[in-house]
Design a protein around this ligand. Sequence first.
Ligand SMILES: Cc1cc2nc3c(=O)[nH]c(=O)nc-3n(C[C@H](O)[C@H](O)[C@H](O)COP(=O)(O)OP(=O)(O)OC[C@H]3O[C@@H](n4cnc5c(N)ncnc54)[C@H](O)[C@@H]3O)c2cc1C
Length: 427
Amino acid sequence: MKIAIIGAGFGGMAAAYDLKKSGHDVAIFESADYVGGLASGFKEPHWDWSVEKFYHHWFQSDKYMLGLIHELGWEDKVIFPRPLTVMYHKGKFYPFDSILKALLFPGLGFGLDKIRFGFVGLFLRLTNNWKALEKVTADSWMMKWAGRNVYEKMWKPLLIGKFGPFYRDVNMAWMWARIKARTTRLGTFEGGFQRFADTFAQRLRESAVEIRLGAKVESVRREQAGLSVRSDGKSESFDKVLVTTSPSLMAKLSPDLPKNYLQGLLELKSMGAVVMVLSLKNQLSKEGYYWFNLPKEAGFPMLALVEHTNFVSPEHFGGDHILYAGDYLEAGHEYFSLSDEQLLEKFLPAFQKINPEFSRDWVKKVWVFKTNYAQPVPLLNHSQNIPPIQTPIDGLYFASMSQVYPWDRGTNFAVEIGRRAARLMMD
Ligand SMILES: Cc1cc2nc3c(=O)[nH]c(=O)nc-3n(C[C@H](O)[C@H](O)[C@H](O)COP(=O)(O)OP(=O)(O)OC[C@H]3O[C@@H](n4cnc5c(N)ncnc54)[C@H](O)[C@@H]3O)c2cc1C
């Protein structure tokens, strides 16, 4: 078969790998001039490693991602350090990445609340019945079982941070998946995620997958002979097509889809993200903390502050210290229209709170990355709203972050759904 894949993110490339291995002709159309999609990175000339535009790491439980790397023979390139994650409480940060550390966290006192926190965590780790959990919101479930205090201190800030105005609507299966699939050791690829994406693309090219960069697809339509993919004003016919963009883009690319499928795509909610990357002259967190969970209520202007070089060594970045400051935001939020300079002004006081010695002249360079499609929002009974990978148009398939539910989006599940789509295409 002659197959087109729209998007050279981790999902599209994983699908291409399997389709090619089974002997099909595969062409990937990618609108950007690089591969890797949302997990791509960039590099300054004096850095050996790239930095992801949006902070990224793997969990030890990411079996699809790590399984693919194993098949490719590159597991010696994966490292799993154990960086420190901290929680905020009354002006101080406390390590919070193991059961013991959680038990010592003063934010929940040392009485009943801590026991409820422990039992709820244990229950969610042990149960597999996510279908029951998607019938209730995380807000009401946590309030009932963890109690108001635990919910408001621990879980509500996370929900507000991730889902903003939709935080009360998110179902409990999302929270279950998040707790279930995480580990304290975090992984990355030697050289950064972009190095993995480039090496993978190279392997695909060597096996005769054609990767067309800078090739933005304008439409995918069914014609008698096959599916017509239009890019750069030219149309080309394929037997099968896999689209890996956001649902709203899929709806635009293929307006001939039946009304109910199109409506399903357009009704899926998601949050965008704005992430600033800074290179600093000095280390920000004196304690060497990697991931700061920041409650909005405490006045922080971002959800996450991540000192990347407390996860991987600053040696890989010519001694620069790399910091991320990011947030998940609904479309139209003011951060999307601020200049880099204006956003930096908003963020500077938070850096000073983390380290009072921090001053503006520590900042060597700033980059800001924005996307409208960063985090799907799973509402009640979401499993019934997932568009099938196989669309009603014969030969047209769709695989995106919005369909990996009940799991939360991530490169691991991009690989899983890409490979699942490839299997369906070969059926
Ligand atoms: C802030 C943030 C933090 C994250 N943190 C992590 C993390 O720590 N760990 C982790 O594993 N994952 C993380 N993720 C998620 C991860 O990046 C995604 O799940 C994964 O990259 C999705 O891959 P994909 O192939 O499905 O889609 P994408 O990467 O979005 O790929 C789709 C591709 O399609 C291309 N495209 C779009 N329109 C067209 C068109 N018209 N024509 C041609 N090409 C087109 C795009 O340029 C893109 O390359 C994070 C994401 C964000 C936003």
